[in-house]
Design a protein around this ligand. Structure first.
Ligand code: PLP
Length: 351
């Protein structure tokens, strides 16, 4: 006999990308973390919080962060809600809008967590396939019984492709429910969808400090939406979902836009080099707007290539998508890491 709700027993649970033991020498190019350390201002901010002490509860709304982020993004602070990583934001959105038996829509292939979130609610999910150019057709916006929420990672993972903001606005307007634009990778892209939030209250933009701010270990994300949406979400949020250390650190991080610009510029240069070299090895790549590249191959099986890299200390993500095909998603590392990765890819292809 199980004590769990039937839908929990029925689900597999989300399996995050491999995290090697602390102190292991493996080079991680599998979960799109930033290969460089965060801004030194973040370290100083954490020290300041520690010196003040941790005996008090943190600010429930992380207002220091919201004020600074609002200035950076050009929205008022009450258009922002913070979370313990953007995964918590996605969880809150699903809990807020999707009830048991409802329908959640997501593109395919994309971030696998969305489906897990629907399963936890006992909701149904519907995967709408990208076309060969990684665009979405009318079926993504078509009304359907019980449809309450749609997720769109933009740039998408695993492809790194991006739907232009003007098209996202058209999707949102046609949508019968809110559209969450998951901008986890958008700082590496040419454009973003924040301005759409003002034009359409169905657009909810989710952001994270994990990737572009090099703070995956901190756990801090946020969403931008019209104030009546933020007000509703606030009711279902844990009172103290962001701790004092992460509020101090994230505020310092968003304040250091010079660090962000420099880091993003470096990653974009490295991304171009990695992509060009992978193409010359015979892989097929679409242009990436994120901090990773998606490599498919016209003839080679990719799992043995992934295994060869892993045996030699480089971890990338091998992703087989049923009915779609397989690929290797390789996070942009340091120049040195990219060189080792490329040499191993070349070696594996010669086998
Ligand atoms: C990494 C990632 C997230 C999660 O970010 P956290 O803030 O670390 O929880 C959300 N969405 C997508 C598409 C991601 O790749």
């Amino acid at each position: 006999m199980s004590y769990f709700r039937p839908e929990i027993d029925a689900m597999r649970g989300y399996v995050p990308g491999e995290q090697p033991r602390e102190g292991s020498k493996v080079v991680k190019m599998n979960t799109n973390e930033n290969p460089y350390p965060c801004s030194p201002a973040v370290v100083r901010a954490v020290q300041t919080v520690l010196e003040r002490g941790l005996q008090r509860y943190p600010d429930p709304m992380a207002t220091a962060f919201r004020l600074r982020a609002g200035e950076v993004l050009g929205v008022p602070a009450d258009w922002i809600l913070c979370g313990n990583g953007s995964d918590e934001i996605l969880t809150m959105l699903t809990r807020a809008f999707v009830a048991e038996g409802d329908l959640l829509r997501l593109p395919y292939p994309s971030y696998i967590l969305y489906k897990t979130l629907a399963e936890i609610q006992g909701a149904r999910s519907e995967e709408i396939r990208f076309d060969a150019q990684w665009r979405l057709g009318d079926d993504f916006t078509a009304p359907a019984p019980g449809l309450k929420l749609a997720f769109l990672p933009n740039p998408n993972s695993p492809s790194g492709t991006m739907i232009p903001p003007a098209e996202v606005l058209e999707l949102a307007k046609r949508m019968p429910c809110p559209l969450v634009v998951d901008e986890a990778y958008v700082d590496f892209a040419d454009d973003n969808c924040i301005r759409l939030v003002k034009e359409c209250d169905k657009v909810i933009v989710s952001r994270t400090l994990s990737k572009s701010y090099a703070l995956a270990g901190l756990r801090f994300g946020f969403c931008v939406a019209q104030p009546h949406i933020i007000e509703g979400l606030r009711k279902i949020k844990d009172s103290y979902n962001c701790d004092a250390l992460s509020i101090g650190a994230s505020t310092a991080a968003i304040d250091d836009q010079a660090w962000l610009r420099e880091n993003v510029a470096q990653i974009r240069v490295s991304r171009a080099r990695l992509a060009a070299a992978a193409r010359s090895l015979g892989f097929d790549l679409v242009d990436s707007q994120a901090n990773f590249v998606w490599c498919t191959h016209p003839s080679k099986q990719l799992q043995p290539i992934y295994e060869h890299l892993k045996r030699n200390g480089i971890l990338v993500r091998y992703m087989p998508y049923a009915g779609w095909g397989e690929g290797l998603r390789i996070s942009v590392g340091t120049d040195e890491q990219i060189d080792v990765c490329l040499a191993l890819l070349a070696e594996a292809l010669r086998k």
